[in-house]
Design a protein around this ligand. Structure first.
Ligand code: ATP
Length: 272
């Protein structure tokens, strides 16, 4: 996690426009430059419409890049499709249903993830005995009792349990880059806290390079080694190490005010 580390994600001079050339033109990202080194765990915060999702979508490939470059593991992926770069990236969404196949069992979902989502490989090979043991061990490590529910349909699990399995699925093949897209926002506060703890454990154990959007200021301060704040399409704060460790939520709000000149406005912001 030193500056000598290998860059995993490099975003260079990224601009994104919506409705370019029309009276409604919106310059949503303005010259974003962001490098994540191996093992960096970066929380991204910012008010409504700051550009957080646009940045994540640009990195994931679900939004074509207007101007600039995105590199992952040194490869230029700027014009690669979502599917092509999915070999390098795993993404966990806000909705626990989005990352899993509802009618498949827990072990079938994990097996599908192990085959990189390839249904062809999944149907032809099924769940092997040694895989089942590995899934049981991984589920046991979550501490949610899910190791006894390998053959339960995933749709029967609670939102938090399902999101925990989604996290395992997203990390089972150790992606170069993990994108967490408000992945605890749909959960109740206690479940959200549990899933955040599990996230941190998995990220630390696998030394995963991670970019996490959150509306929870306290989580942004508690987790990760670095915090990036976006405002009107620009990075206005980028802090790490001791500078980050010493901050409180009021400090963060004050920092936002100093940098942006306005109060942070975010409908979903959670201060504690
Ligand atoms: N598909 C789109 N078409 C037009 N404008 C868009 C589109 N997606 C986002 N925008 C605009 O781009 C800007 C950045 O939006 P974005 O969703 O990235 O912000 P955000 O920080 O994720 O906000 P929030 O926290 O409210 O989800 C906003 O002004 C938004 O209205």
């Amino acid at each position: 996690m030193t500056n000598m580390s290998k860059p995993v994600l490099e975003v260079k001079h990224l601009h994104q426009y919506f409705e370019k050339g029309t009276p409604n033109e919106n310059h949503a990202l303005k010259d974003i430059n962001l490098t994540l080194n191996q093992g960096d765990f970066v929380a991204i915060i910012g008010g409504n419409g700051a550009g957080k999702s646009t940045l994540l979508n640009s990195v994931a490939g679900s939004l074509p890049v207007n101007h600039g470059q995105v590199k992952i593991d040194g490869q230029d992926v700027t014009y690669q499709s979502v599917n092509k770069r999915a070999k390098l990236i795993s993404r966990v969404f806000q909705d626990p249903k989005q990352g899993t196949a509802t009618l498949l069992t827990v072990e079938e979902n994990l097996s599908l993830a192990l085959k990189r989502g390839s249904w062809r490989n999944f149907w032809s090979r099924g769940v092997k005995h040694n895989e089942r043991q590995m899934f049981r061990d991984k589920l046991a490590s979550l501490g949610l009792g899910l190791e006894d529910r390998l053959s339960a349909e995933i749709g029967l699990l609670s939102g938090g349990q399902r999101q925990a399995v989604t996290l395992l699925m997203a990390t089972i093949l150790q992606p170069s880059l993990l994108l967490l897209d408000e992945h605890t926002a749909a959960l109740d506060p206690q479940t959200s806290a549990t899933v955040m703890e599990l996230t941190d454990k998995i990220v630390q154990e696998q030394h995963l390079t991670t970019l996490m959007i959150t509306h929870n200021m306290a989580d942004a301060l508690k987790y990760g080694n670095r915090l990036v704040m976006l405002d009107h399409g620009r990075i206005v704060v980028d802090i790490q190490g001791d500078e980050k460790a010493g901050l409180t939520v009021p400090d963060l709000l004050e920092l936002f005010k100093q940098q942006s000149g306005t109060e942070l406005t975010d409908d979903a912001v959670l201060l504690s």
